[in-house]
Design a protein around this ligand. Structure first.
Ligand SMILES: Nc1ncnc2c1ncn2[C@@H]1O[C@H](COP(=O)(O)OP(=O)(O)OP(=O)(O)O)[C@@H](O)[C@H]1O
Ligand SMILES: [Mg+2]
Length: 254
């Protein structure tokens, strides 16, 4: 199996501060990885750096995607190459209707299918609204997931997909994330794509829906240790992040 993503010694700044301090991470084709870590440890910053948001200044290291060095590529180029992200707090996009955005994000052949699928996301009444403007927390998550489904990326970055979502909607979010990973839409048409994912979660609820292969713990801008998702989550719940109990290293120095 080839590597979908290789991050080597990545350093990145935001607001003039170094946030990522040498991240090394490899995700194979078809692999789903989970990223745990305390608030402020740099998880969202890492996802933004992979996606290429200009809020982050990469100062050292490299991001290799499908064998291509994309470290200096702009966000739109990365999206075209198949990287997609569900943000923790996406911005309001005033003047852009959700329906127009998802139609633009999807391939020409799938536009009607995607617009019709808005109903499955309970988003059918949002298509003529400006993206995220006045959306509730749960509506934003469903809208983000609908946009990702339209894009159908090969590398899916999910930043706390289940946070702030009511218990019933968690089922919807979980099932739709699973559909994205297994890419049923494309499977019907051609050979199955090998979709990879990096998923940030605090509660692990999303893990009930997706079969994650590997988990990483982030602390103070670095990957501190890795392990099996369920094992690591259990140990974090028991021991906190002071010592994740898997590796010898203390994750957050006391
Ligand atoms: N533009 C910025 N200016 C200053 N500090 C920033 C900026 N962007 C991020 N940071 C800081 O970088 C650190 C890491 O933030 P990040 O959002 O990556 O954390 P996180 O691990 O996703 O946390 P959470 O679990 O709370 O979402 C935080 O201390 C944050 O305040
Ligand atoms: Mg975050």
């Amino acid at each position: 199996m080839g590597n979908m993503l290789e991050i080597r010694n990545l350093h990145a700044e935001a607001g003039g501060r170094e946030i990522l301090k040498g991240v090394d991470l490899t995700i194979e084709e078809g692999e789903t990885c989970v990223l745990f870590g305390p608030n402020g440890s740099g998880k969202s910053t890492l996802l933004s750096a992979i996606m290429g948001y200009s809020t982050n200044q990469i100062t050292n290291g490299s991001i290799i995607y499908k064998g291509i060095d994309i470290t200096d590529f702009p966000v739109n180029k990365r999206a075209e190459l198949g990287i997609g992200m569900m943000m923790q707090r996406p911005p309001n996009v005033i003047g852009v209707k959700l329906g127009k955005l998802i139609a633009t994000a999807s391939s020409k052949e799938r536009v009607d299918e995607i617009l019709n699928s808005a109903e499955d996301f309970r988003m059918e009444n949002f298509l003529d609204r400006d993206v995220n403007v006045g959306f509730s927390g749960g509506e934003i998550k469903r809208s983000e997931l609908l946009q990702l489904t339209a894009q159908s990326p090969d590398l899916i970055l999910l930043d706390e997909p289940e946070s702030g979502v009511d218990l019933q909607s968690i089922d919807l979010i979980g099932n739709k994330v699973r559909d994205l990973l297994y890419d049923r839409v494309n499977c019907r048409r051609s050979a199955p794509k090998k979709v990879s994912a990096l998923v940030i979660t605090h509660t692990g609820q999303i893990l009930d829906y997706i079969g994650a292969d590997k988990a990483y713990v982030m602390g103070e801008g670095r990957i501190r240790c890795s392990g099996r998702p369920a094992d690591l989550l259990k140990k974090i719940k028991t021991n906190g992040y002071g010592d994740c109990g898997v590796c010898k290293e203390v994750v957050i120095p006391e």
